[in-house]
Design a protein around this ligand. Structure first.
Ligand SMILES: Cc1cc2nc3c(=O)[nH]c(=O)nc-3n(C[C@H](O)[C@H](O)[C@H](O)COP(=O)(O)OP(=O)(O)OC[C@H]3O[C@@H](n4cnc5c(N)ncnc54)[C@H](O)[C@@H]3O)c2cc1C
Length: 349
């Protein structure tokens, strides 16, 4: 499986390396067209300010309509349906390395994927929600549904008490009029608005889509904006993400190389850190020969060197960023260990 949070942060790093300014924890409040450009109001940790832009891409996911309605005051003939989906993580159900796709009596499928060595990820649900009643939290009904679905195929029952972690999100599905939430198209639609004036500053809105197709989607978005950003045609398929250039080695080759060069570092940790950072793990490991040379041990496979790296290079601010997004170390930590990470970050802030 691919860690979606890492895929996103590595794309942000790649964009930064190409000159983008990445502003996390910053709200896009409003924008107006002015002299063929946008004047956009932002509000973030650095306070409120206005920036100028040739174009805006509204990739606000579930909030795409809200940004159009409230921040841009633009009416477009498209909308999204919000369908909540949740996952549970339980102790490892099956020993094999492969995933299972399980057929349910309600005609839906769910998956069971080996996760972080000791665990199995079970997902997902499809629960229609509205903008007002949505909370990114799994409900008791969803936990029961996923446990029951997995239990139909597992040797031993999977019970709600076995759930060690869960996460939820909301899918912004392009509204194609389907009655059944599972049947609504997962395809995306890109809608361009250039205002009433000729050569008006464009805003491109993304409706629906999957993270799997993000690269194609982004290239199509740039094609639609090529009037403003004439550039080279599709190039992203040949550009590795940061850490992805293994210089001809396979992942296994990289791992064996690190194990040979760092025989006294924990093997499981090396595998995890290389999976997270690829060739960039070098910046974390450096010439550490022993565990104690990686800085303070926070537990769960997280050492101070990596924590510093995440703050310095991956915009990590809060404990949640580190424990559940940049890494999944939170799964392997005690409450006291997580509290130490929180305290360390608070001290550095
Ligand atoms: C349960 C579930 C399971 C999924 N499974 C899969 C899967 O297996 N495979 C797959 O390919 N895809 C899957 N998806 C879909 C995938 O997660 C989405 O396609 C992807 O997240 C879309 O990325 P995005 O950047 O367009 O939008 P999002 O990830 O939704 O990001 C939108 C961002 O815009 C920000 N934002 C909103 N308003 C503002 C504002 N005014 N100012 C600043 N920022 C703002 C939000 O904070 C958010 O960070 C799943 C989704 C869910 C919910």
């Amino acid at each position: 499986w691919v860690d979606d949070a890492r895929l996103v942060v590595l794309n942000a790093r790649s964009a930064a390396a190409h000159g983008a300014a990445i502003q996390t924890h910053t709200r896009f409040v409003s924008a107006r067209r002015e002299g063929g450009e946008w004047a956009a109001a932002l509000n973030g940790e650095r306070g409120s300010r206005t920036v100028r832009a040739s174009a805006i891409v509204n990739a606000a996911g579930p909030w795409v309509r809200q940004v159009l309605d409230e921040a841009l005051k633009i009416k477009l003939p498209a909308t999204v349906r919000l369908v909540k989906g949740s996952h549970i993580v339980v102790p490892r159900i099956h020993e094999e390395r492969h995933a299972f796709i399980l057929q349910n009596p309600d005609r839906r499928v769910i998956f069971m994927i080996p996760y972080e060595r000791q665990f199995t990820l079970v997902g997902t649900t499809d629960v229609p929600v509205t903008r007002d009643d949505y909370r990114a939290k799994i409900s008791r009904n969803e936990i029961d549904y996923l446990c029951e679905a997995a239990s139909r195929y597992a040797e031993k029952p999977i019970t709600p008490g076995m759930v060690v972690w869960s996460y939820s999100g909301v899918r912004p599905l392009y509204d194609d009029g389907s009655e059944n939430p599972s049947a609504v198209t997962r395809d995306y639609h890109l809608l361009l608005d250039t205002g009433a004036e000729p050569n008006g500053a464009p805003v491109l809105s993304v409706f629906g889509g999957k993270i799997t197709t993000y690269r194609k989607l982004a290239e199509q978005a740039m094609e639609k904006l090529s009037g403003r950003f004439p550039g080279k045609p599709g190039w992203t398929h040949t550009e590795p993400l940061p850490g992805g250039n293994l210089e001809g080695r396979s992942f296994r080759g990289l791992l064996l190389d690190y194990r040979r060069r760092h025989p006294h570092l924990p093997k499981v940790w090396l595998t995890r850190v290389l999976r997270r950072h690829g060739a960039l793990a070098e910046e974390i490991i450096g010439d550490a020969r022993e565990e104690r040379e990686l800085g303070s041990n926070f537990g769960g496979g997280l050492y101070e060197h990596e924590l510093e790296y995440l703050v310095r290079n991956e915009w990590a601010h809060e404990a949640e960023d580190v424990l559940w997004r940049r890494t999944k170390c939170g799964l392997h930590m005690t409450t006291a260990e997580k509290t130490r990470v929180r305290a360390w970050l608070a001290e550095k802030a």
